[in-house]
Design a protein around this ligand. Structure first.
Ligand SMILES: Nc1ncnc2c1ncn2[C@@H]1O[C@H](COP(=O)(O)OP(=O)(O)OP(=O)(O)O)[C@@H](O)[C@H]1O
Ligand SMILES: [Mg+2]
Length: 260
């Protein structure tokens, strides 16, 4: 049995690239259980935040620690991430899942059954022998989820899993995400689709210009966000005209209003 890796704690995590602070002093903790949805306008830092949590990039200062019940844990393959534009290997749909399982050390004999289940769960059985690279965007996103499903991670990070999908494909992907959650995987995902955030979140993290401005239980957040920018965002107001068109310009402009 693999050790439990949650909670994950971010301790004053900042990220600076090329002299620009893109992630600013984020302090938060992810416990086992709820589905977390990270929201915020384009350029807020959602993808960078997810990559920092997953350990793909290292913070410039501060630290992210998987604490586990004993206070320190090695996440290893117990966490996985699905990217907004998933990378497909130049082989069949089934072989894409097979490869992920092989990398994780599953013996050939047990792989066929896991592949079959993952493809069935994600509605891809009839496409199993298709080359993955000819799949539509929606189908590729489902395949990325099938690969993640097959690995049974404790924690799954999803970056905008339905960006550029139509409503039917979005619905299918949301059902898969829910099924992965129901099977016991901790979901931490980003979206800028507020409807999706309402449907899939138990807790919400609101990011703006690299800062975590609010981290709250979903019902309370959507009912009555405490932060005024979060309120504007939930009302569907554009934020850039108040605080700079993007992080870079706002950081560079000394007259730009700061948030703290
Ligand atoms: N490697 C990099 N070098 C320099 N700047 C970067 C780099 N990666 C991201 N940024 C900048 O950091 C900011 C946050 O980027 P990020 O991709 O995390 O935003 P996001 O909230 O995911 O936006 P979106 O909703 O468009 O996906 C942006 O202004 C982006 O231009
Ligand atoms: Mg992003």
């Amino acid at each position: 049995m693999t050790e439990a890796i949650l909670p994950l704690a971010l301790e004053n995590v900042s990220l600076e690239i090329g002299g620009v602070r893109l992630i600013k002093d984020i302090q938060c903790r992810f416990e086992a259980g709820p589905r977390s949805v990270v929201i915020g306008p384009n350029g807020a830092g959602k993808s960078l935040f997810l990559r920092l949590c997953h350990g793909l990039i290292a913070p410039t200062s501060g630290a992210g620690r998987w604490q586990g019940p004993a206070g320190a844990a090695q996440p290893g393959a117990a966490q996985a991430m699905v990217f907004q534009r998933p990378v497909m290997l130049r082989r069949s749909v089934a072989a894409n899942v097979d490869y992920a399982l092989k990398l994780k050390g599953h013996a050939r004999a047990e792989r066929a059954e896991i592949i079959d289940e993952a493809l069935a769960r994600c509605g891809l059985r009839r496409l199993r022998d298709q080359p993955a690279r000819v799949l539509s965007f929606g189908e590729q996103q489902k395949l990325a989820l099938a690969r993640a499903w097959a690995l049974r991670p404790q924690v799954l990070f999803l970056d905008e899993p339905t960006a550029s999908l139509d409503p039917a494909a979005t619905h299918a992907v949301e059902e898969i995400v829910q099924a992965i959650h129901d099977a016991g995987t901790r979901i931490i995902m980003t979206t800028h689709d507020l409807g999706q955030a309402r449907r899939l979140s138990d807790e919400v993290l609101f990011l703006h210009r690299g800062r975590l401005l609010e981290h709250a239980e979903a019902g309370a957040f959507f009912e009555n966000p405490k932060n005024d920018l979060a309120q504007a965002f939930v009302r569907g107001e554009l934020l850039w005209w108040r605080y700079g068109r993007d992080n870079r310009r706002a950081e560079a402009d000394p007259t730009a209003e700061d948030l703290d």
